[in-house]
Ligand binder design. Structure first.
Ligand code: GAR
Length: 188
């Protein structure tokens, strides 16, 4: 299985995949391409690991070019790891069941357009939820709407802040990300 990882931010989940491959926790899986829709630290991580990367313009994403780059690099699956741009419908359909997304809540709660990063955790706190978590799901055209592959919960404690909840979920999202890649590999 050869992955493309789409990123927009810190890239800690990209790093988690890189480390799992290096530590032989993911056999027969490689990262062929990192695609970033803005300048971000994730690119530094790709460079450090000698992974080819491609910068795209998030204001005018050319999905035909992305598609041909993916084919050129023999990519079989795509991971959206903190990628904040929305993929177009025909791209999602062309890669059906081959794209997964990581989302820091218990979908279908707290998902959809504009729900990303700390905003998700703030909404969970504002609604006085008792639990939250992370979800890995297949990507379809509707934002955060595809079939759920894995989900893991955590408690929202008394005195929890959006930031402390984010830290908790950063840990669990990495666990289900690696597990999901194993599931995808088994299905490939
Ligand atoms: C992750 O927490 C991921 O769940 C979230 O962005 C963060 C990216 O972190 N994704 C979303 O909010 C998607 N709607 P990273 O750049 O360190 O991997």
């Amino acid at each position: 299985m050869r992955l493309a990882v789409f990123v927009s931010g810190n890239g800690s989940n990209l790093q988690c995949i890189i480390d799992a491959i290096d530590n032989k926790l993911l056999n027969d899986i490689s990262i062929g391409l990192v695609i970033a829709d803005r300048e971000c630290f994730a690119i530094e991580r790709a460079k450090k690991s000698n992974i080819k990367y491609l910068m795209i313009n998030r204001k005018s994403i050319d999905f035909t070019t992305i598609d041909s780059e993916l084919i050129k690099e023999k990519i079989s699956h795509i991971v959206l790891a903190g990628f904040l741009s929305i993929l177009d419908k025909s791209f999602c359909e062309a890669w059906k069941n081959k794209i997964i997304n990581l989302h820091p809540s218990l979908l279908p709660k707290y998902g959809g357009k504009g729900m990303y990063g700390i905003k998700v955790h703030q909404a969970v706190i504002d609604h006085k939820e008792k639990e939250s978590g992370a979800t890995i799901h297949y990507v379809i055209a509707g934002v955060d709407e595809g079939e759920i592959l894995l989900q893991e919960k955590c408690n929202v404690d008394e005195n929890e802040t959006a930031s402390s909840l984010q830290n908790k979920i950063h840990v669990i999202e990495k666990e289900i990300l690696i597990e999901s890649l194993k599931i995808l590999y088994a299905k490939a």
